[in-house]
Design a protein around this ligand. Structure first.
Ligand SMILES: [Zn+2]
Length: 457
């Protein structure tokens, strides 16, 4: 009997991504953890033929093809993922492709423009050229938030004899692409299921019937409860896979370096009871127009738990440390964070991934401490400026001391930035400037040191 593939790892390259040699090492690491396949979302990172002029290229086409080949040599299936309606920000933000926007929004592509389908068929052609051995393709299809808003789409919806509303428009568009991928390219199609989960049951079945019968609907639930059934009942006899998140949006994600670990591992654990294949997502940014999350080094505990299983993770020597760190992060208390920092310094590591992960935890905790210190300096400055108006000022005395304290703080920030840069170089990571500048903004340099934003040359 053919082995059932059950654990796929989704890699979202629009976030911070490693250079090719490091990427290869990661693939070997993922295979060693027990992942049986990679769902590769290249997004803006490679020069797609049909989207000339768009993208932030990080890999050549040849490099991506070779990485896929290498993953396959490690016995992992590679499933390319592209988006066909929502989350096409990386294309639609370009003026060149503005005409494809749904009602002017950057998030959605308008399915009613004739050029849209043409472009997407060409994209599927391009995918199958680049991944010639692929057996499946993921066509995305989640979060089409502005579906049916433009005049063309409204007109189409109004003239639909079946009165299927917005979802009819969505299903017609996406299913035509799914049929193309299946019939012309022989690819089994995967789709996120969230747009369908919002539809009432009576409408749903005829919509699902538009898709090739072996289409896989991937049900993502990043906050699956322990007592909750993992899969929705509404999709009938369709093939459904599950999806966890090793990393996804969290409170004030743009401010923090470290994401909460415990809630992600609970999510993985609650998906372990599902009998279907599970796709573990590792989002690189909330979307192309938002901040990059941390590098993959931040996710070593999550990779470990998803690959080896959460039972194994519970035996891991870092298990209690990550709980303590989550607690410290949640409350943002200086003392607790200092304690976490001391513990992180002592963490044992059994391979280079854990070593780098520990280094990233150190940077992340130090950053949280610096953020708190920045806030405290800022509070003092505000209070002093009000008090100055009431004559409570001694420029030669305490004001000088406060200024000296801030100067010392500036030195600490510089040292931290240097360490961050060293880490980035050591791990061959992308997007350093963007990541650093976002962090720097949290130290209020313009307010604390009177710095105006400088353009990097
Ligand atoms: Zn439209």
């Amino acid at each position: 009997m053919k082995e059932e593939r059950t654990k796929f790892l989704h890699l979202d390259l629009k976030g911070i991504s490693p250079a090719v040699p490091r990427f290869r090492e990661y693939l070997a690491y993922f295979a060693s953890l027990g992942f049986q396949g990679i769902v590769l979302e290249c997004d803006c990172r490679i020069p797609w033929k049909c989207w000339e002029g768009a993208g932030e290229i990080l890999y050549t086409r040849e490099e991506i093809a070779l990485l896929a080949e290498y993953a396959e040599s490690l016995n992992m299936e590679v499933i390319p993922l592209i988006q066909v309606q929502g989350h096409m920000e990386w294309v639609l933000k370009e003026e060149k492709y503005a005409f494809l926007r749904e009602d002017g929004f950057f998030n959605d592509l308008c399915p009613s423009r004739p050029e849209s389908a043409e472009k997407l068929f060409a994209w599927i052609d391009d995918v199958s050229e680049l991944f010639p051995r692929a057996k499946r393709i993921h066509l995305g299809g989640d979060e089409a938030w502005h579906l049916g808003k433009c005049p063309l789409c409204r007109e189409k919806i109004a003239s639909d004899p079946l009165r299927r509303g917005k979802l009819g428009l969505f299903a017609d568009h996406v299913s035509s692409l799914a049929r193309y991928a299946k019939e012309k390219k022989g690819l089994q199609v995967l789709l996120w299921d969230d747009m369908f989960c919002r539809t009432d049951k009576e409408l749903l079945n005829p919509l699902l019937d538009l898709f090739p019968s072996d289409t896989v609907f991937v049900h993502w639930n990043y906050s699956l409860k322990e007592e909750e059934a993992p899969l929705p009942a509404g999709l009938g006899n369709r093939t459904v896979w599950g999806a966890s998140a090793l990393r996804c949006g969290f409170a004030n994600h743009f401010v923090h370096v470290l994401n909460p670990v415990g809630e992600r591992i609970r999510n993985i654990r609650n998906w372990e009871k599902a009998s279907c294949p599970v796709l573990h997502t590792t989002w690189g940014r909330p979307n192309n127009l938002w901040n990059p999350y941390g590098p993959w080094e931040a996710l070593i505990p999550e990779f470990y738990a998803a690959g080896r299983g959460t039972k194994m993770w519970e035996q891991h020597p870092w298990h209690s440390f990550t709980s303590l760190l989550d607690e410290a992060m949640k409350h943002g208390e200086y003392k607790k964070l200092e304690h976490a920092l001391a513990l992180a310094r002592e963490l044992p590591f059994s391979d280079k991934w854990e070593e780098q992960s520990r280094n990233f935890f150190l940077l992340g905790i130090q950053y949280e401490l610096l953020r708190l210190e920045a806030k405290s300096h800022l509070e003092v400055m505000r209070a002093r400026s009000v008090l100055g108006k009431y004559g409570r000022m001694d420029p030669a005395g305490c004001e000088k001391e406060y200024a000296a304290g801030r100067e010392k703080f500036r030195e600490k920030i510089s040292a931290w930035e240097k360490d961050l840069e060293t880490f980035w170089k050591e791990n061959c990571l992308s997007d350093f400037e963007e990541y650093r500048d976002l962090r720097k903004a949290e130290f209020f340099p313009d307010l604390l040191f009177g710095e105006k934003e400088k353009k990097e040359s």
